[in-house]
Design a protein around this ligand. Structure first.
Ligand SMILES: *Cc1c(COP(=O)(O)O)cnc(C)c1O
Length: 458
């Protein structure tokens, strides 16, 4: 038999022409977003003041199985796609496993992660609709970086509300965004009512993602021709990320291989949702069975220890209510958590699939995750993002199970990004100061108790 090459590339003309909308194949759909005032499902009119029109339509569309990727946007994708599917020969050897391991690498662009797939789409539609500026928030900085690249390319102004501690800890991220012309504002700031109120109460606060979201939304709704965009959790973001899974599927077809187990890391669920989409579609249509494994940090365990309830997307409780696995919007991860994936909630699509038993979920400690990152970096040559290293850890778990049982399973995992902007976390790991703080049941119960007490159906 011919040896499978280490890198399985698609040609540019094989870039997907359509995104795949997994919701169309879900018989039991994710619950609709609710208007926080009326508790009725959000209508298009409800969300148009905040979101771009086309993105708002995509958000509510759970019937069309495919959504066309506009030709101009495909040309933008071709700057950094198709991304390679890589056979992890080095990792297989290092583990001594009979399993065949593959990963889809999304870190080969300057922003360093899969987030550019949705950033390009969102900036494209905003320009097309005649908007002149966008606002967003960024925590660790990957989304802000990706969006600044996309906005620069499309010629749209961008304001990024960056959590103050992150903007101080990650000056290089800020520098990349500014190089692309984005305005980076440390949040809380004195540019919004929300920011000023928070600063008045606590002038020394380091900020939070929830606060940055509230500031970005406030600016978007009070500025003409401006909208707010976000990089994970939402249905339209998962739709854009389906290019990852579609390309992976096409690459596997080229070599005549089918994966058995698909593993991804989950923060808000967008890279996992994108990677698994077409495979999950096959499973839901009864064409082929796969196992899907979501890997989250033990310090922010929304799927494994959260509740499937309607909750707010931000700390200030300004977003629509979203039915999702959540730790409560007031959740704050421990200060020593360096591995990313710190959002309190989870994509409604991933939440529903998990709730219905189609996805398994595990939580891993960051010290174990960084051990896996180091092993992977040595065996495969790529320095992985701490977030992506959760998926590596999950894939290694499965590969070692195969070794124990002498099984030759095919494992696919998503390598969502590179770790070049996370050297602070690697330094902590290398110097042995990285530790794990896992929330107690009592702490989790306290956060869960902040979830709004609205009628919650089973
Ligand atoms: C943002 C990010 C994640 C987590 O977000 P998801 O929406 O869960 O994919 C994972 N990996 C990398 C590299 C990221 O930048």
């Amino acid at each position: 038999m011919k040896k499978i090459p280490t890198k399985i590339y698609l040609e540019e003309r094989e870039l997907p022409k359509k995104w795949y909308n997994l919701r169309a194949d879900m018989k039991s759909k994710p619950e609709p977003m609710l208007h926080p005032g009326t508790l009725n499902p959000c209508t298009l009119e409800d969300i148009l003041p905040v979101f771009c029109t086309e993105l708002a339509k995509q958000e509510l569309n759970d019937t069309d199985r495919f959504v066309e990727i506009p030709e101009e946007l495909r040309a933008m994708y071709s700057m950094f796609r198709p991304s390679p599917l890589i056979r992890a020969y080095g990792l297989e050897k290092a583990l001594g496993t009979p399993a065949h391991i593959y990963y889809k690498f999304e870190g080969n662009n300057t922003s360093g992660s899969h987030k550019l797939n949705s950033a390009m789409a969102q900036a494209y539609y905003a320009k097309k609709e005649g908007l002149t500026s966008l606002t967003t928030e960024t925590g660790a900085g990957q989304w802000g970086t990706a969006l600044s690249m996309a906005c620069a390319h499309c010629g749209i102004d961008l304001s990024v509300y960056m959590v103050k501690v992150s903007s101080e800890q990650k000056p290089y991220r800020k520098a990349v965004m500014e190089t692309y012309g984005a305005k980076v504002i440390a949040s809380p700031s004195n540019t919004t009512n929300t920011g000023r109120a928070i600063l008045e109460g606590d002038p020394k606060t380091g900020g939070s993602l929830g606060c940055a979201i509230s500031e970005a939304i406030e600016v978007a709704v009070t500025t003409e021709n401006c909208r707010y965009v976000l990089g994970s959790v939402m249905n339209h973001v998962l739709l854009h990320q389906s290019v990852i899974g579609l390309e992976a599927q096409a690459a596997f077809e080229k070599i005549g291989v089918k994966p058995d187990i698909i593993v991804g890391c989950t923060g808000g669920g967008s890279n996992l949702g994108g990677l698994i989409a077409p495979f999950m579609g096959e499973k839901l249509r009864g064409k082929k069975d796969y196992r899907f494994v979501a890997v989250e940090p033990a310090s922010c365990p929304s799927l494994t220890r959260g509740k499937y309830l309607y909750d707010f997307g931000d700390t200030a409780c300004t977003t629509p209510l979203i039915r999702m696995y959540t730790l409560g919007s007031k959740f704050i991860p421990s200060a020593n958590h360096a591995g990313g994936l710190r959002y309190h909630g989870m994509s409604p699509v991933i939440s529903k699939l998990f709730h219905d038993g189609h996805i398994e979920a595990i939580a891993e400690t960051q010290t174990d995750v960084f051990e896996s990152a180091k092993l992977f970096a040595k065996a495969e040559g790529i320095l992985p993002a701490p977030e992506s290293s959760h998926a590596i850890k999950g894939a290694i778990n499965e590969a070692l199970k195969c070794k124990e049982k002498g099984e030759k399973k095919v494992i696919l995992f998503g390598l969502s990004g590179t770790g070049y902007f996370d050297m602070q976390a690697y330094m902590a790991f290398n110097s042995g100061t990285l530790s794990d703080t896992i929330p107690t049941d009592a702490e989790i119960a306290k956060w869960i108790d902040t979830i709004p007490k609205i009628p919650q159906n089973a």
